[in-house]
Design a protein around this ligand. Structure first.
Ligand SMILES: O=C(O)CCC(=O)C(=O)O
Ligand SMILES: [Mn+2]
Length: 227
């Protein structure tokens, strides 16, 4: 990748990089994701206590993965259904962390969120990590999301932006604990790469998600790096 520009500062520490991944970068990432999903199948997390299913399916890569079920939210080193350790974080995602995080230590987890049309993610904070000095680096693929963000308090006013395929969003600094979520996935263009993708890539994309679906990756440092 070319060095990323400064991006658009939406708030202190909250930076949007539209089109961070170009078509070649997106193609690479789809292929890498297909490899992840082949060994680490998406599962449907459940809400703490109630056990209500999420509308988003998830999987992880890295040393740790974020899971949620009746027992609560947590990071753990193995897949909740297969029991296997998580696969490595894809190289294209690691490169995005190096480009955008501004953090000395590598990420320990990459959560993969798979949104079918109609899936959403309620307003929440990312606060299950001890290393809150590290940002969350998010990469979007596929259909565009209407992403909502507010402030540290749940009652703070919110705004929304569109996150399109190839966009990166850095949630760090004074914005690390802002509330955010995905209101909805916007109706898709007829294809995901403007009709340019080779048939092999179409096969990979449609194998991972139904038409109109969206994939989001969030890279995080979970534990505080050694001094
Ligand atoms: O899908 C997105 O853009 C946001 C994902 C998110 O907030 C999360 O996984 O914690
Ligand atoms: Mn989040």
């Amino acid at each position: 990748m070319a060095a990323p520009g400064p991006g658009i500062a939406l708030a202190p520490g909250l930076v949007h990089h539209p089109g961070y991944l170009d078509a070649a970068g997106l193609a690479r990432l789809w292929i890498e994701l297909a490899e992840v999903i082949a060994v680490s199948p998406p599962y449907r997390p459940r809400m703490p206590r109630t056990g209500a299913p999420f509308s988003v399916r998830m999987t992880n890569c890295g040393a740790l993965g974020w899971v949620s079920d009746e027992a609560g939210y947590r990071y753990q080193p193995h897949h909740p259904e297969t029991g296997a350790t998580w696969p490595s974080i894809p190289p294209t995602a690691m490169a995005a962390w190096r480009d955008l995080a501004g953090y000395e230590a590598p990420p320990e987890t990459c959560l993969v969120n798979l949104y079918e049309p109609g899936a959403r993610m309620g307003l929440h904070q990312d606060r299950d990590e001890a290393a809150l000095d590290a940002p969350v680096v998010s990469l979007s693929l596929g259909a565009t999301a209407l992403f909502r963000y507010g402030g540290i308090r749940r009652s703070d006013p919110t705004r929304s932006i569109r996150l399109a395929s190839g966009d990166a969003l850095v949630i760090g600094g004074a914005s690390r604990l802002i509330h955010h979520g995905v209101d909805r996935i916007l109706p898709a263009l007829p294809d995901l790469l403007g009709g340019m993708e080779p048939p092999v890539l179409t096969k990979i994309m449609t194998g991972l998600l139904p038409p109109g679906g969206r994939c989001n990756l969030t890279l995080r440092r979970v534990t505080r790096p050694p001094e």
